[in-house]
Ligand binder design. Structure first.
Ligand code: AMP
Ligand code: GLY
Length: 417
């Protein structure tokens, strides 16, 4: 099978790594990719948001499957353009991707499907904003309605800060605060059949101890030793399947990856958000644990034949990933700094620990930083403590001036396991 992956982050590197290890995959291409993906796939300089260009490239490459990684091309309808060219595509239509593209749309689908989520108001005027903030009280949860790369959400007990963020958004969702640990649960679906993956936990805040601003995610681990073993079945029944059924019923069937961001509250599981694509950095740990070859599963989603596949198989191993971010992330990051130590990780730590590139590019012989989240170090082990130790040991070999990372990824879960 010839596969073209669209995107160029650590998630796409993880997808390409798994696909490169899949004996079904005979050719692997990525556009635009990054310096790490270039080691396992052929890169093509294409604008990921340009559906016609992506479809044309897939045609030229005679791709049997196109896999769209990030949300922006999905919301822009790139999957529609690929499918219109007669090429199977993993990823939802532009309309169905509104599940991620518009928080108000997601809330409406959840209401229709009876899926438990935070109570919320959609506001467009200062008066509506004040009324909603007053109705819920602190801590305030204020979300920009549109796509914001995980950075459009402010959770604060400071009313002035909540109000300022709300006023800066064109349309804003203000909602009830959900208390409890967060879980990311992904499912691969073809619009009817839903195959849940293993749950993971992401660390959204920039600094140790869950302090600092929200980011796209600073690290993740899987499995979750503290979670109820029935969690996946419960979320499949109360969240994932009803959402997929509701979207089909509305005439906007959703195929691809359905990402449920969940809060495990004292009153039960609640959806914090949906995304329409694999999460980053959770994908790095979930795919590290997936034993089933990936290509046939992604193709089954694209072709509507997931019901014919055998159940997914998982490794017993635990996995931890730690993100290395550039100076000043999640503000405007500094780029162009050389990254050293990558060869040492490959020589000393592989295959139990490896680097997945995000914002990197090659400059002559050097690999330099080219984005906010620069790379993530992923490691597996017999338990979280071992995976964590291996991840941080490998990370210690990497030198990137001004870089930052959290030191407490999976720490509490490893102590409890
Ligand atoms: P989102 O982009 O919707 O995932 O929100 C980013 C982060 O903000 C989430 O991962 C949570 O940590 C936090 N958050 C979002 N909504 C809520 C909520 N209703 N209650 C508490 N925390 C929330
Ligand atoms: N890890 C959060 C996200 O991918 O949105």
């Amino acid at each position: 099978m010839k596969v073209l992956v669209i995107g160029g982050g650590a998630r796409e590197h993880a997808l390409c790594r798994s696909l490169s290890l899949d004996p079904d995959v005979t050719a692997l291409h990525c556009a635009p990719g990054n310096a790490g993906i270039a080691e396992v796939a052929r890169l093509h300089p294409v604008d990921a948001l340009d559906g016609a260009a992506v479809a044309a490239l897939a045609g030229e490459l005679e791709a049997d499957l196109v896999v769209i990684g990030p949300e922006a091309p999905l919301v822009a309808g790139v999957a529609d353009a690929v499918r219109a060219a007669g090429i199977p595509c993993f990823g939802p239509s532009g309309e169905a991707a509104q599940l991620e593209g518009s928080k108000a749309f997601a809330k409406d689908v959840m209401a229709g499907a009876g899926v438990p989520t935070a109570r919320s108001y959609v506001c467009t005027t200062p008066a509506e904003i004040d009324e909603a903030l007053d109705a819920f009280g602190a801590p305030y949860v204020v979300k920009d309605d549109g796509l914001a790369a995980g950075k459009g959400v402010v959770v604060t007990s400071d009313l002035a800060e909540a109000r300022a963020h709300a006023l800066a958004c064109e349309r804003v969702v203000i909602e009830e605060y959900l208390d409890g640990p967060e879980v990311s649960l992904f499912a691969i679906t073809d619009g009817t059949t839903v195959l849940p993956l293993q749950p993971a936990q992401d660390f959204k805040r920039a600094l140790d101890g869950d302090l600092g601003p929200n980011t796209g995610g600073m690290g993740a681990y899987s499995p979750l030793p503290w979670a109820d073993p029935k969690l996946v079945d419960e979320v499949l029944e109360t969240v994932l399947q009803p959402t997929v059924d509701e979207l089909r019923r509305r005439g906007t069937p959703f195929s691809g990856l359905l990402y449920a961001g969940l809060a495990i509250t004292g009153r039960g599981v609640r959806v914090i958000e949906f995304n329409a694509r694999f999460g980053d950095p959770e994908t790095q740990v979930v795919l590290a644990r997936l034993r089933t070859p990936l290509a046939a599963v992604l193709l089954g989603s694209a072709n509507g034949t997931l019901d014919t596949l055998p159940p997914l198989a998982w490794r017993e191993d635990a996995a931890v990933t730690v993100v290395v971010a550039a100076h000043n992330y999640p503000g405007t990051p500094r780029s162009g700094d050389p990254i050293e130590g990558l060869d040492e990780v490959a020589a000393e730590d592989g295959p139990q620990a490896y680097v997945l590139h995000a914002g990197t590019r090659r400059e002559g012989d050097a690999v330099v930083s080219a984005g906010g989240r620069v790379l993530s170090v992923t490691a597996t082990g017999s338990d979280l403590a071992q995976a964590r130790e291996r991840a941080y040991k490998a990370l210690g070999r990497i030198r990137l001036d001004g870089s930052q990372h959290r030191t407490d990824i999976a720490e509490k879960a490893a102590e409890g396991s």
